[in-house]
Design a protein around this ligand. Structure first.
Ligand code: GBP
Ligand code: ZN
Length: 259
């Protein structure tokens, strides 16, 4: 499979996933449909079969109706509890969808940012690393705001559903927040060399106008404070003694973080 990040709006990403054997494609959160379809055309896509919607927020789902007009017959997938614009197929946790010959997609229900948020775990040929499209649940070195859920739910989503994915899984999130997230991460863990190195790298990437996606699940285990809440040193740093409480406190701190 081939994956193209497509910058949209201010700091969003849509994604194009191509099954090379068939030329069929899926698109993740195509908020600017024309932009996404141009990348598809330029890269030999025969048909866009699927829209994979992570959640109902307008900066992710607003392009769905337009996609249906431009690509008759396209299926629009979205979480059952999320009332997604233009949704044709409501997904439950564990639903499987195939694309072309080699691509398989697994829906992971990761509530909290929104009630019906879905992450998509995508595998291609056996020798290829899998990918996970994490919407606004998991960002590189960060996580989404808790708009429709609790810290308990975000802990489940981040630490019980996403964290156990294969370590080499590539992480494609929906916003370019990496630099700010890493500056916050370094405030939480000032001694963490992985965060320092990643921050330098992220600055270079952005100066060169390049995306900071993908990271990997393994990398997130080293740099993402919200995924590291089980560690005593992180709990200590935020003055909490359980993982869920540390997650709640980290989110509160980040919401008020202005640097
Ligand atoms: C900043 O601090 O840099 N630009 C600001 C943050 C996702 S977008 C903007 C912000 O709040 N972003 C959201 C988030 O979860 N951020 C995590 C973080 O800052 O750590 N959105 O567009 C947001 O989900 C939205 C759309 C929200 C419709 C509510 C509705 Br309704
Ligand atoms: Zn959102």
């Amino acid at each position: 499979m081939k994956i193209f990040p497509i910058p949209c709006l201010e700091d969003n990403y849509a994604y194009l996933i191509i099954d090379e054997s068939s030329g069929e494609a899926a698109v993740v959160d195509p908020v600017e449909p024309e932009k996404v379809l141009k990348v598809a055309n330029d890269n030999g896509v025969s048909t866009v079969k699927l829209v994979l919607t992570t959640h109902h927020h307008w900066d992710h789902a607003r392009g769905n109706e337009k996609m249906k007009e431009l690509v008759p017959g396209v299926r629009v997938l979205g979480g059952s509890f999320d009332n997604v614009h233009g949704c044709t197929d409501r997904l439950e946790h564990g639903d499987k969808i195939s694309l072309g010959r080699d691509v398989n997609i697994l829906a992971l229900h990761t509530p909290c940012h929104t009630k019906g948020h879905i992450c998509y775990f995508v595998t291609g040929k056996e020798e290829e690393d899998p990918a996970v499209f994490t919407g606004d649940t998991l960002f590189v070195a960060g996580c989404g705001k808790f708009f429709e859920g609790t810290a308990e739910q975000m802990y489940q989503s981040l630490c019980m559903i996403l964290r156990p994915l294969p370590k080499q899984t590539r992480v494609y999130c929906d916003h370019e927040y990496t630099e700010k997230n890493l500056r916050f991460a370094l405030f939480v863990e000032p001694e963490n060399e992985h965060i320092k190195r990643k921050l330098l790298w992220a600055k270079h990437q952005r100066e060169a106008n390049q995306p900071t996606v993908p990271s990997s699940i393994e990398e997130e285990l080293y740099i993402n404070p919200f995924m590291r809440v089980d560690m005593p040193e992180v709990q200590k740093r935020v003055g909490r003694s359980s993982a869920v409480e540390a997650l709640m406190e980290l989110r509160r701190m980040k919401d008020n973080w202005t640097r």
